[in-house]
Design a protein around this ligand. Structure first.
Ligand SMILES: Nc1ncnc2c1ncn2[C@@H]1O[C@H](COP(=O)(O)OP(=O)(O)OP(=O)(O)O)[C@@H](O)[C@H]1O
Length: 673
């Protein structure tokens, strides 16, 4: 693209007659445009080569073919809309360099487009400026550089930390781009935003609605899990912007309910995530449907190699903007805590942590887990512990996902347990803490997950349980911590050093020298018959969070959970008792049980009562259960009655065990469960 910067000019004004005819009242708009173009005989690129869907079971987009473009008939795209503000013009190269340095902007490609310093310098329409100024004090660094570049018609790749305002960085130029184009037959969309998740699509649509209404444009959100017919009806009414997830968009394309041949401004938000989720073929199919001369923008907080390939294939002569660092980097306003522990310790550590965090009035927290099953079991467990918590994962119906998110936004829920479906792009006010129950499989996900806190200029906390199974991520984690100027835990350096030297020496999976237990046999169990009884004692190394370890009692409602005694006691037929590493146990030397620290024993209750009667066992709660202040502060009616605390420990002596058991069960289950 050969660009001469003297070409920069304001978007060509539409004639007054056009505006009054087409934009005076939104509802009538599509009809008037249809009328206006009735005589147009070019029916777009789909007219001859569209293949009807024959088999719905085939993967989405299977029947779509790239359109054949007749460039002689295509209306030229007006891409260059930028009019430099006199203040920007007056800054020389040196000043611009300084400015980029201050804002930590790195730019590759066309470096001549200067960043702006204030909303006024953007030359946006007055309605945008008023709204922006009423919400924010000035543009974020990515907005400073991306707005002038996007309005100058460049394809671009924008990489900036989580929560840095990337959504507005692409939405506002996109909306102005629509305004500058010649009106389209049938009110087809001109601006397309693709997002990896439904929640992100809805969120982008929410922001888009606010700004598109200011310039009388219409935006529609197309996403899976909700009614197609409503979305089709919306499309039939005509729209200028479509925010979509790839699967549903391809469905509607195949059904010929949407046509993308007029799209001349396309955004891939969280492109790397879309590839992670296996959407690459779908994205390629969709991009093939768009005009080849369109303007394309890709956005992410991280930029792995496979997305670069996609960019090479679909972007032309593009500019790359990095804010902060070229390497993947986390938001520096997040204080990142790493807790080195065993899998089996996570549950008690989580409780301790939540007890502490929930004392703070500002306590909105997301707990990320690796699997849907784990999300479900932790949610049930925490609900039983009395926390007001709900979850979101891919198995949930869409309406339920949306209602949980809405309750979380409104503060009716203060803890959200989630899979990575919530790790990207979600912008929810007031999230203070992120807990990584499991370290994610890739370091990028760690950055995105913790990026749900400290949005815009706020700060936040991240807590990550780091187990030996995660040691392979040591060096990446170290790099992320260093990049974001965090204090490096000495243990992490140690582990990294050991991991590298051990894996070099052995050429196999690392085992830390201080390992006392077989750390990689997550599900290793030893079952021993107990006195010939068919009930057996089960030694279990992993925590009850382990998916296969979770079991349910005869009522099918209550998970039998190790580690925390409250759950152990309320489970009637199958309970577990954590034997803490405190020496409060007297176990006869001839017992078949040989305990090691962090080992827990799962014993059916009947057996355990009989068994413990022979020993003198003192059982302890791992941490005292103190009702979180959310009960006291929360406006939700079910949470207004403060609950009494459960004592930190219960003693059971070897007399009258059943009645002691009943008493404790009553205290715990009647009050809390
Ligand atoms: N100029 C600005 N000044 C202050 N806050 C802003 C500004 N622009 C946007 N924001 C706010 O910053 C928050 C984060 O914005 P946004 O969701 O666009 O971030 P993001 O960079 O897309 O994050 P992620 O990478 O996590 O998706 C939003 O609440 C948004 O309203």
């Amino acid at each position: 693209m050969n660009r001469n910067f003297s070409q920069f000019r304001a978007p060509k004004e539409r004639s007054h007659s056009y505006h009054s005819k087409h934009y005076s009242s939104n509802p009538g708009r599509s009809t008037s445009i249809n009328r206006h173009h009735k005589e147009d005989s070019y029916h777009g690129p789909y007219s001859s080569n569209f293949h009807r869907v024959k088999d719905r079971s085939l993967c989405a987009g299977q029947n779509l073919r790239p359109p054949k473009w007749d460039f002689t008939r295509l209306t030229p795209i007006k891409k260059v809309l930028y009019n430099e503000h006199p203040l920007v013009v007056s800054r020389d190269e040196l000043m611009v360099e300084e400015q980029r340095k201050d804002l930590k902007i790195l730019i590759q490609g066309h470096t001549l487009v200067k960043p702006i310093m204030s909303f006024e310098e953007s030359n946006f329409p007055a309605s945008f400026l008023t709204t922006l100024s009423s919400q924010f004090s000035g543009p974020t660094p990515i907005q400073c550089q991306a707005w002038p570049l996007a309005l100058s018609g460049f394809d671009l790749i924008g990489i900036a930390r989580t929560g840095s305002g990337k959504t507005l960085a692409y939405l506002l130029p996109g909306l102005l781009h629509i305004q500058a184009q010649t009106p389209i037959v049938n009110h087809k969309p001109i601006f397309l935003v693709l997002t990896p998740t439904r929640e992100l699509a809805l969120q982008v649509q929410h922001v888009c609605l606010e700004y598109s209404a200011l310039i009388q444009l219409r935006s529609t959100c197309i996403y899976g899990g909700s009614s197609k017919s409503n979305q089709i009806r919306e499309l039939e009414r005509g729209c200028d912007v479509v925010v979509a997830t790839p699967g549903r968009l391809l469905d509607l394309l195949e059904m010929r309910k949407i046509f993308l041949d007029a799209v001349s401004f396309c955004v891939l938000d969280e492109a790397d995530r879309m590839l992670d989720m296996g959407f690459e073929p779908q994205i390629r199919k969709i991009l093939e449907q768009l005009r080849p001369d369109k303007q394309t923008l890709m956005w992410s907080a991280t930029w792995p190699k496979d997305v670069k390939k996609l960019a090479e294939d679909f972007l032309k002569d593009y500019v790359q903007i990095y804010v902060g660092s070229i390497e993947l980097s986390a938001n520096q306003n997040i204080l990142q805590n790493i807790d080195f522990c065993e899998e089996s310790e996570k549950s008690s550590k989580l409780l301790e942590l939540l007890n502490r965090l929930m004392r703070d009035k500002n306590c909105k927290t997301i707990i990320f887990c690796e699997t849907k099953r784990k999300v479900k079991s932790i949610t049930i467990w925490l609900q039983r512990m009395g926390y007001y918590v709900d979850c979101i994962h891919g198995d949930k119906e869409q309406y339920s996902r949306e209602s949980v998110l809405s309750a979380f936004r409104q503060g009716k829920i203060v803890i959200l347990v989630a899979t990575d479906v919530a790790s990207r792009g979600l912008d929810i006010e007031g999230i203070r803490n992120i807990i990584n129950m499991d370290f994610p499989n890739v370091a990028e996900d760690y950055i995105h997950r913790i990026g749900r806190t400290a949005r815009a200029d706020n700060s936040g906390f991240a807590y990550t349980f780091f187990t030996p199974q995660n040691y392979k991520h040591c060096s990446e984690l170290l790099r992320i911590l260093r990049e974001s100027h965090q204090e490096i835990p000495p243990r992490l350096n140690e582990i990294n050093h050991d991991y590298r030297s051990f894996s070099r020496k052995r050429g196999r999976e690392f085992e830390h020298p201080t390992n006392k237990f077989p750390r990689y046999s997550q599900e290793a169990r030893i079952s021993k018959p107990y006195n010939g009884s068919k009930n057996s004692l089960t030694f279990k190394q992993p925590s009850y969070f382990s998916e296969r370890g979770a079991s349910y009692n005869s009522h099918g409602s209550c998970p039998s959970l190790q580690t925390h005694i409250a759950d152990s006691f309320q489970s009637l037929s199958n309970a577990s008792i954590q034997l803490p590493n405190t020496g409060s146990f007297h176990i006869p030397s001839n017992s078949p049980l040989q305990l090691s620290s962090n080992t827990s024993i799962q014993i059916p209750v009947e057996e355990s009562v009989r068994q413990v009667s022979e020993w003198n066992v003192k059982m302890k709660l791992n941490s005292p259960f103190i009702p979180p202040p959310v009960y006291l502060n929360n406006p939700h009616p079910s949470l207004q009655n403060p609950l009494p605390a459960i004592p930190a420990s219960y003693s059971i002596d070897n007399t009258n065990l059943s009645s002691q058991y009943d008493a404790i069960t009553n205290t715990i289950s009647h009050q809390y469960l």
